[in-house]
Design a protein around this ligand. Sequence first.
Ligand code: TXA
Ligand code: MG
Length: 333
Amino acid sequence: MTRYYRISPENLFPEAFEAAVQAIERGELVAFPTETVYGLGADGLNPRGVERIFRAKGRPGDNPLILHVAAVERAEEVALVDSRAQELFRNFAPGPLTLVLPARKHVPSITRGGLSTVGVRIPSSPIALELLRRSPVPLAAPSANSSGRPSPTDLQTVLNDLGESVSVALDGGPTTVGLESTVLDVSTPTPVLLRPGGVSLEELRNLLPQVVLPEGEGQLRKSPGTRYRHYAPRVPLYLWEPSQGANFFDRFQHRGLSVGYMGLAPCPVQDTLEILFQNPQHYGRELYRTLRFLEERVQVIVAEMPLESAFGRALADRLRRAAGEEGPKGRVK
Ligand code: TXA
Ligand code: MG
C-alpha cells in the first residue's frame, strides 16, 4: 500500500516527511516532486534500496542514478567537489543542474552504474529540499516513470507507472520546469554538457566558457543514459517545422489516421486534436503530460520542432529522443 500525502509548499506538514524518511531508512521507495520532474527516491547508499529503483523502473543496470542532497556540504560527503564545481553550485544550486563528479568510495557501485563518477544535484523545489534536509542519507532518484516512457510531471502519472512499488508518495502538484535537469560532467578537465536542461548552455558558458557539447562515441559512452530510447509515447511521433508546410500531414490524412498536434504555431491542417503552447517554456513544462494525453486519443502525434535557442535546446533534445532520433542531425522520418 502506498501512503499518500498532498502537500503545499506553504504547509510542509511534518508527518508526511517523517513517513518518507522512515521509508527511506527501511530501503523503500518514495515518490517526490522536484522543480523538473517527479523523482523515485531511495537511500542512495543502500544497495538494496537502489536495486528496488532499478527493478521498479525496468531500468538497465549500467545507467547511473543522480544523488540528491540539500546542500553543497552534503554533496562533499558523496563526491569530490573541487573549486570549479563549488563555483557552479554557488551559481546554479539549488536548481536544475546535475554535476558529474568523482565519487567517494562508499557510494555503492549500483548507484554509479559501475562508473567511478556520480551525478549530484541540489533541487530547488521546497518539498524536495525539506525531504532532503530531513533525510540522513542522500537520495538516489531517477525520474519516476517506467524506463523509456515520458517522465512524470505530476503524481498521478507516477502512480499510473509505478504505483505498487512506491511506499510513500508526496504530491506537490504539477512541476514547474517540466524537463529534467542539465547534466554537466565536470570530472574531466574540459566540462561536457551530457544532457541539456533547465540551466542552459549559454548560462553555463557565462561562468565556464570552455563547456563543450558531447561529440562522437567516447563521450556518448560516458553518459549511459543517452544510449537508450527515451520519453517515447505509445503511438508514432513525427517532428515538423513550419517550413515543411501543410503537405507534411498528407501521409496521415490519406491513410485515414487520427492526428494529434502540439506546438507554438497553429496546425496548418484541420481535423487534428490541436494543443498549442504560449512559449517554449510552456511547451517544455507541458511536453511529457501532452505526449501521454495525446497517445490515449490519436493514432499519430506531430510535434512542432522549436528553434534551438537557450531553453529550446533541451526541448528539441527531448522531442528528438521521444521520436526515436538520436543525434542533433537526426532526420525527420
Ligand atoms: O531533473 C532530474 O535530473 C530528475 C529529477 C528527479 O531530479 N532526475 C532524472 O534522473 O532525470 P534520470 O535517472 O532519469 O536521468 C539521469 C541522467 C541519465 O541520463 C544518466 O545516464 C545521467 O543522468 N547520469 C547520472 N549519473 C551519471 C554519471 N555518473 N555519469 C554520466 N551520466 C550520468
Ligand atoms: Mg529519466
